[in-house]
Structures are given as structure tokens and as C-alpha cells.
Write a protein that binds this ligand. Sequence first.
Ligand code: NAD
Ligand code: MG
Length: 393
Amino acid sequence: MTRSLTILGATGSIGRSTADVVLAHQGEFHVEAVVGGRDAVALAGVARRLGAKFAALADENGGETLREALSGTGIGSGAGPSAVLEAAEREADIVMAAISGTAGLAPTHAALKPGRRIALANKESLVSAGAAFMADARRLGVEVMPVDSEHNALDHALAAGLSRDVEKAVITASGGPFRSWTRDAIARASAKEASAHPVWSMGSKINIDSATLMNKGLELIEAHHLFDLEEGRLDVLVHPEAIVHGLVQWSDGAVTAGIALPDMKVPIANALRHQGRLRMDLPRLDLAAIGRLSFERPDEERFPCLSLAKAALRAGGAMPTILNAANEIAVEFYMAGHIRFYDISEIVERVCSTFSGRRISAPATVADALGIDQEARQVTRQLIPTYAEATRL
Ligand code: NAD
Ligand code: MG
């Protein structure tokens, strides 16, 4: 029996790897819909390759190009936010949620349908609206399967015991491109240098988040919502080889780890499995060839975004929503060359402290989260010119 699959973010890094997994298992999946952001031609290409029934582009202006690129194929298409939501809502057994950033929240939330599985790569959905999102998923009987490699590993590891016996869950970080750089050198780093990830090949936003370690902070918040673990039972370990992705320490001292070569097709295949695993023709882990695995504590002085994210998780309420919004705007301006590396953490900290006195409670609905997100973005944008000016001087 084939299972139907929709891919949100089909032209991105996770989307393309998902397409590879699906094409390697012809006959097991049929693709209902694919969604992309702006590149109509690339979206048409993936829709054709996968034989999708429908393709939706977020950019309204690309609708005509998409239609032309799909003419004669019988593949339906649409453009603009409503077309994206339509694609997310169409009948499908599994939805791969791999849009990058908070832009993924509304479509991923629209994809919550009774009995369905969401393969969740878009961590920002959980950071921004975790409690509301997970409550809706539970109410609708939606299975949320993490695609993020660390969470996928934890999902495996946690299956080895009872949740009440978990003392600590640890996610690892490769350390990013600046792991061994001094603070002064990092302070001068360009967006291009920050994008040169040593292990993973990923989209541009998550690349910068990996360089600041904000990615690991967002992942702690993601883990909190996925596994119902509070900040005190979550930890981060730097592990440059990126072989051990997640560890669970049990109450008797035993530790269960999720281990695999760093290839996102492994967690993607795992999130798409059904009655047993998919067979993947990928290189196998050869620990003897690797020889040594190393671990170190993260340096929160050189990577302050990690402590900001931990503080937001501890503070609770709407603080993770605010942190996420401020980070997204700051990263956008850093990528455009307008602000410097440490401006990102400084701006995020200032925005969080602007809101901290208000003690806004955790968004009860996704619409609430999007409202707070917009407000925090506005506050962040107002701060940018001061930093941009200092960068030009
Ligand atoms: P990417 O930038 O390569 O791809 C993003 C995709 O989203 C593209 O298809 C893009 O066209 C689409 N998109 C962007 N804006 C959109 C919008 N407004 N509406 C609809 N579609 C839109 O990003 P990625 O690296 O594939 O990451 C996707 C998500 O997965 C992120 O949340 C990221 O944190 C997470 N993730 C990625 C990796 C990885 O290895 N790449 C690992 C773990 C988690
Ligand atoms: Mg990850």
C-alpha cells in the first residue's frame, strides 16, 4: 500500500533530501503536493520529478511562471499564502514540514489533520508556538515525528525506557565554523564565513544559527515541547564529529545514545518509516575508521545566543516566541551585511529584555503566537539602524 506525502519546503535542503528518499522508494509513496517559497522553476522541477498532484508557491508573483513550467503535465498549481495553506491541508498520510523559519508555522499548523503524521523539520514552529502547536496535535491525534537529527536520535533513545526515569537528555552540537576561533576573530566574521558549516550542508538561516549556536538553543526549546522535559533536564554537548546526535541518561546511570553518520537522509527516512525501517543505500558508520570521538562543553561566552535561548526557555511565557522573532530579523540583517556577528546576540538580548517586564503568557493559540511574533519583529527592526550605522563607521 502506498502512502501519500506532501512536502512543505520541497526546494530546500531538507526538501531535496526528502525527494531523494522518496525517489529511492518508488512505489511506497505517492506525492500529493509540494510547496516552495520563491523559485517557481525549481518547484516545477521537483513537482515533475516526484509526479506531485499539486504545487504551491508562496510568492504570488511567481504563479504565472509556475503554471507555464508545469503546462502539459496535469499538475495543478497555485501561488500565494492561500495556495500554500491549500497544499498543506490536502489529503495526505504524511506531511514533511521543511519550510525554513517562522514562515513555516501557519502552513505546518494547517497541516495538523486527524490521524496524520507530521515529519517536523521546521523547529521554529515549536519555538514560536510550541505549547499551542503540541496541544492541537494531541487533540487531533497527529503524530509529530522529529526530523531534526538530535531530536530524531532522542526519540530513538527515549524508546528504551520510561519518561519518568529520564534524568537528563543531551543534544550535541558540531560547534559550527567558529568552534576554535577567538572571540575577537568571531566578532569580525562575515556572513560568508559564518555560512561555511564544517559538517552539514543546510539552508542559509540555519547555517547562521549554527555559527551563533542559537540553533542549539532553539533545539533545546524544541526538545522541551517534543518530549515534555524542562530546562533543568536538558543539556548541550559540543561534539565536532557529529556522530552521536542525542543521549538519554537514565535514573540508574545507564545512557542510551542515538548514533549515525551525519546525513539528514537518515532521520528523514526514519520519520517516513512505516511497519519497519526504510532500506537506505548510504555509507555505513565505521567507528574504527573514525577512531576517536571528542566532546567538550559549549562556551557560552563566545556563543551568547545559547545562554539567551536557555534563559528564554527558563523564563517561559512568550519569551521563546520573542527570542525567535528577534533572532530571525537579526540574522536576516547579518546575512545582508548590515550588522556584525555579535550584534545578533546583543539585539536578541535587548528585544527580550524590552518585553521581559510585561510577562506575556505563553501563546494559547498559533494566531496569538503570530501576533506576538509580529510585535517582536517590529521592536527588533527599530533597533537595527543603530547597529547598522555602527557597522558602516
Ligand atoms: P532551506 O532554506 O534550504 O529551505 C527552505 C524551504 O522553505 C525552501 O523550499 C523555500 O523555498 C521554502 N520557503 C521559504 N519561505 C517560504 C514561505 N514563506 N512559504 C513557503 N515556503 C517557503 O532550509 P532547510 O535547511 O531545508 O531547513 C528547513 C527547516 O528544517 C528549518 O526550519 C531548519 O531549521 C530545519 N532543519 C534543517 C536541517 C538541515 O540539515 N538543513 C537540519 C535540521 C533542521
Ligand atoms: Mg539539528
